[in-house]
Write a protein that binds this ligand. Sequence first.
Ligand code: GLN
Length: 189
Amino acid sequence: MMIGILAVQGAFVEHKYMLDKLGVKSFEIRQKNDLNREIDGLILPGGESTAMHRLLIDLDLYTDIKQMILAGLPVFGTCAGMILLAKHIENQETHHLGVMNITVKRNAYGRQLGSFMTQDFFNKKKIPMTFIRAPYVLSVGDNVEVLSVVNEKIVAAREKNMLATAFHPELTTSTYIHEYFIHMVNQGL
Ligand code: GLN
């Protein structure tokens, strides 16, 4: 199995450490050539979604990555990665990749609570969660499964081959969510 990690901006290296811990091979996607490699799953890291969108366009990665996801490549977006996946962004006319049937609110916790750590349930398992100027999901469309709700806000969801978390599991000691994603990749979903 080989996982590609988008590495144009943001917290990508921490995802590699998580996959290393699980004995899963990964490589960084920095330029168009990197997409010629064998790839079974894709991680879109946290960072700054508008900057990442611009880099995807400038590096000519945007269309290929969007097509790969639409063709069923398993993808996992964390934080800004979740915003990249979303079809709708509150108070914004445009979206980024616009592939997942969720509406997200950016920087949703306001200044004071923009960054915090907590423990809560993801898919019936209590895990540590780190939020950094995080979005949350305002609403989900058909076929989207809600996997985590923290303080009454949806913070993790899945639609077919797409998994998204508002928090950063790669910045905690728990590999649970990466294991969940690897399970999706193993199933080819
Ligand atoms: N606030 C960032 C954005 O809107 C996301 C923050 C993060 O990825 N930690 O893109």
